[in-house]
Design a protein around this ligand. Sequence first.
Ligand code: TTP
Ligand code: MG
Length: 368
Amino acid sequence: MLYCLSLQHWVFIVEEQKVRKIIHIDMDCFYAAIEMRDNVRYRNRPLAVGGHEQKRGVISTCNYEARQYGVHSAMPTKKALQLCPKLIVVPGRMAVYKQVSQHIFEIFSRYTHKIEPLSLDEAYLDVTTCQLYHGSATLIAKAIRSDIHNELQLTASAGIAPVKFLAKVASDMNKPNGQMVIPPHKVQETVDKLPLSKIPGIGKVTSEKLSKAGFHLCEDIKNTDYRDLLLRFGRTGQSLWKFSHGIDEREIVTERERKSVGVEQTFAQDILTYEQCWQMIEERLFPELEKRLERVCPDKAIVKQGIKLKFADFQLTTIEHTHNKLDLHCFKTLLHDILKRQQGRKIRLLGLNVMLKSELQNRQLSFF
Ligand code: TTP
Ligand code: MG
């Protein structure tokens, strides 16, 4: 595919993408499946893993029986029990989940070394050069899922596509215990009918904003002028335009190459005060960062933590300091210091990030 858009002052060219074979693997109701495997009494009954009702806990995940009642991840346990009074709620066993995760990743490594972990139960695999099964990504995905089932008595779902975002979308299409292939010649027709809210990374706020502007499916974006999208939605508009043409040039980023983890929020309405920023950090961004860090780097070893701000005039500014563990309290000082640059301007985006320890180790290695 070659797209050449003559814009007023510049030409935008998206080079022809080399055809890759990406598999996205995601375990089915991961924590709950492990609990059902290890305890026969939990099978065929609605089960959730999470905080207990007396404490103000939330559900980490639940099995598919419980999902029929509308129970889902991040739901307060109290609400889950209202929806499904027979729900069994059990506490999590992180040590076991991490062990299982290690085993799954060891299985992946039999097929490729290009593995990008997204969480304990989810990864992208680039199998473009894998010679097994005559190079058939469909058969490789089947083999991986069958290894997982044989060795761990757990099921996984897979999506196979030439690009990352579509592989992830596809792994959800035949869940649980299924897989879906989107071959190169089916990419555009699949993307056309894809709701924008299904694109990984498009959250609730963005998808509502798009919907209000009349954009629901990828084809709505595809049929819109690129400049218009860029003006209205900035970098998000640029990414959406690419995705809507089936373009995603992102390579697999292996564990060793991962440098940082970050979370950010663009506000529906700009905010102004220290208190508003702090509330957002304390209630939304920090818990999310903690969760993501836990997923990609369970030992939580970091070297730096920082804040990113975008003012209403789109000026971007960042601040960071050296710290070896994620620390909510330290973000207070950072926020105080970064807001000295505010000069009365409103804030449209706030983000937190950490640099992982492995990056520093890499630098030390390259230094020698
Ligand atoms: P997911 O893969 O998002 O969910 P899942 O594996 O439970 O279910 P699905 O079949 O839909 O893939 O998350 C993997 C695990 O991460 C999940 O079992 C529990 C944990 N988790 C949380 O602790 N909190 C959350 O909000 C989410 C989404 C997941
Ligand atoms: Mg999963």
